[in-house]
Design a protein around this ligand. Structure first.
Ligand SMILES: [Zn+2]
Length: 111
């Protein structure tokens, strides 16, 4: 979370934001992030920063894998190898679910 908050600070500084109103993070199911721990860290780190008092929204991106044989995407569970629900082929190709970053930042400019 410290690095995510750094990214928020850098972006807020670049845009000349006076105050960050809302932070929307996009986190993939396979990103290895504990959302509860992340929120807790945010509560600890935000006070005194430009992000103090900002709402923290988290968009969770479900894991999706891709089957080479069917050329189809399907919902993946946890792990490294996923079984295609259409042809039962095994696949290790992740198409979504590893995202970790800022989806959107809402801020006010100095008046
Ligand atoms: Zn398949």
């Amino acid at each position: 979370m410290a690095s995510a908050l750094d990214a928020v600070h850098r972006r807020a500084a670049r845009e000349g934001a006076a105050r960050v109103e809302r932070i929307v993070l996009r986190i993939g199911a396979l990103a290895g992030v504990d959302v509860g721990a992340l929120r807790f860290a945010y509560e600890a780190l935000a006070p005194g920063s430009v992000a103090e008092g900002a709402a923290l929204d988290i968009e969770e991106v479900p894991a999706r894998a891709w089957c080479r044989r069917c050329d189809a995407e399907f919902a993946a569970g946890r792990g490294l190898i996923f079984q295609c629900p259409f042809c039962q082929e095994y696949s290790g190709e992740i198409r979504a679910g590893r995202e970790l970053g800022i989806a959107r930042l809402e801020f006010t400019l100095p008046s």
